[in-house]
Ligand binder design. Structure first.
Ligand code: NAG
Ligand code: NAG
Ligand code: NAG
Ligand code: NAG
Length: 493
């Protein structure tokens, strides 16, 4: 216990003594001296002695030294050169002994980038080298950063060359931006940076979804033509449109990549060329706007009233795009369509658009249709031919005592206009003139008020608002007798 206390005390004394004896020190304004600047080292000996200076073990020139008094000395470095860097020793010869103290001076030249270009413009796909020309002493370390982050090499693509340049192979638009070349004096916190801005240009490229756009003209039809453009700098877009199209209806979106035409008409048909242009190049693509028009069929007249034997001639014009084909058809009662052909028949199509019927017959009456047929759709317009009704065929008569009821084995030909009346005729074998009566078409087709047990010739003819058709073939029927009265009548006859 006492032993160790004693040792501690001795150590303390030695420390105090040592401290007082090693009072020598070198004071300087800056340890790192910029090339060309002045610096001064002040050596305080802490006691009287003879002070001398050495640099790297060699005595320094006298003119660099100024002894202030017996206890301190100044060493001047004027217009510092690289060679001035080194270990300086202040040596003080005291009466009893000599002491030394060391100080290391670092001389440097600030990093500088000289003629290093601060702006580069490249074309995408190029292999490029970005230089960083650095001067500075004694040794400069160069680091590349991008967006304040250390720039990472990419194997085979982004590499550092020996001369500190950065090589980027197959540069792409994502490589654009601000790069920083940072130059640092080795082992010192002395650095400089330069910002190098890199632009990567990309020639314009135009993408089009549909090369052909098909629409049908109409007030409701709006068409949008899109042109997707890539490129750096952002290309401007120019549209070249067909002469015939009315540009006042055009609308564009903000960058003109979309052209909207409202209420498309046939004259909007044609080639729309989208051209994208930047300072590198221009590129274009074409969209074909195919505007079809719904067909229309127009008749010279909607209906015609003709007497049997006359000639019908009615024309039909069709329009649309593509040009529709024209066809005349006959519409039958059960909605069948019979094509009227162009042959030399009585019912025919002439010159491709005129419906002609020679020697009109009651059976020609009815509806015809002019049809315009095109891939854009079909259109048809009806034409009505009205003439007299036809003579009834397959007629049979069923006698009662005072009546004959007609029965039709085939439907009546109305001549294209509803039958309104029937004219009924009858006569006995001895009469020359027909007796007749006109009945409504809604009435039963029956002759009444005949004499029983008598032979009659009977016939009838249908009528519509144009005229009366022919009479049916004469039928001879004999009325039945009235029970109980028949004989008397027979006797009278
Ligand atoms: C480099 O750019 C950065 C970011 O824009 C800026 O903060 C910095 O001051 C610039 N440095 C130099 C040396 O121009
Ligand atoms: C077509 O465009 C017009 C004008 O821009 C607009 O009023 C109309 O609603 C559009 N029609 C359709 C079917 O989109
Ligand atoms: C049909 O077209 C011709 C020639 O274009 C024209 O002269 C005629 O008037 C038109 N007919 C109808 C019914 O539109
Ligand atoms: C148009 O008419 C043609 C011939 O009659 C027919 O084949 C086609 O289906 C029709 N098209 C339409 C859209 O009605």
């Amino acid at each position: 216990m006492t032993e160790s206390l004693l040792i501690l005390r001795i150590c303390s004394i030695m420390l105090v003594l040592g401290f007082s004896e090693a009072k020598m020190e070198i004071i300087t304004s800056k340890p790192d001296v910029l090339l060309g600047e002045n610096a001064m080292l002040l050596c305080k000996a802490g006691g009287e002695g003879e002070i001398t200076w050495q640099k790297d073990g060699v005595d320094v020139e006298d003119d660099q030294v100024e002894n202030v008094d017996e206890t301190s000395s100044k060493l001047f470095i004027r217009n510092a050169k690289m060679e001035d860097a080194g270990r300086y020793t202040c040596i003080c010869e005291f009466e009893s002994h000599t002491e030394r103290i060391y100080y290391t001076i670092f001389v440097y030249e600030r990093p500088s980038f000289g003629e290093t270009p601060v702006y580069h413009e490249f074309l995408e796909g190029q292999d490029v080298v970005i230089t960083c020309v650095v001067t500075g002493k004694p040794t400069v370390e160069v680091n590349w950063k991008r967006d304040h982050q250390k720039l990472h090499s990419e194997a085979g693509r982004i590499t550092r060359l020996k001369d500190n340049s950065l090589q980027i192979n197959n540069i792409n638009r994502k490589d654009h931006g601000l790069y920083t070349c940072e130059a640092k004096i080795k082992d010192r916190n002395i650095f400089e940076m330069i910002n190098i801005s890199i632009s990567v240009n990309v020639p314009p490229k135009v993408n089009i979804h549909e090369e052909v756009k098909k629409v049908t003209a109409g007030p409701e039809t709006n068409v949008s033509l899109s042109c997707l453009v890539e490129g750096v700098p952002q290309p401007i877009i120019i549209w070249t449109v067909p002469e015939s199209s009315d540009k006042s209806r055009y609308k564009y979106n903000s960058d003109k990549s979309e052209l909207i035409i409202s209420s498309v008409v046939r004259s909007d048909y044609g080639e729309y060329i989208c051209t994208a242009k930047n300072k590198i190049a221009e590129s274009s693509a074409m969209i074909m706007l195919d505007v079809s028009e719904h067909p229309v069929a127009v008749l010279s007249q909607k209906t015609m009233e003709l007497e049997p034997g006359q000639t019908l001639s009615v024309s039909c014009n069709v329009s649309g795009h593509p040009m529709p084909t024209l066809q005349w058809v006959r519409k039958t009662n059960n909605d069948h369509l019979l094509t009227v052909d162009a042959g030399g028949g009585r019912v025919r199509m002439e010159d491709g658009y005129v419906l002609v019927i020679d020697n009109v017959m009651p059976s020609d009456g009815g509806l015809y249709s002019c049809m315009a047929i095109s891939p854009a759709g079909n259109a048809s317009t009806d034409f009505g031919l009205q003439t007299w009704p036809g003579k009834a065929s397959q007629v049979s008569g069923t006698p009662g005592p005072t009546s004959v009821l007609f029965t039709l084995g085939a439907s009546l030909v109305d001549g294209g206009s509803p039958i309104t009346h029937f004219t009924l005729q009858w006569k006995t074998g001895r009469e020359n003139n027909w007796q007749e009566r006109v009945i409504q078409s809604t009435d039963p087709l029956v002759i009444t008020d005949l004499i029983p047990y008598t032979s009659y010739s009977v016939r009838f003819a249908p009528r519509n608002h144009l005229g009366q058709g022919g009479f049916s073939d004469e039928l001879t029927v004999r009325t039945q007798g009235i029970r109980g009265k028949v004989l008397t009548r027979v006797e009278k006859l």
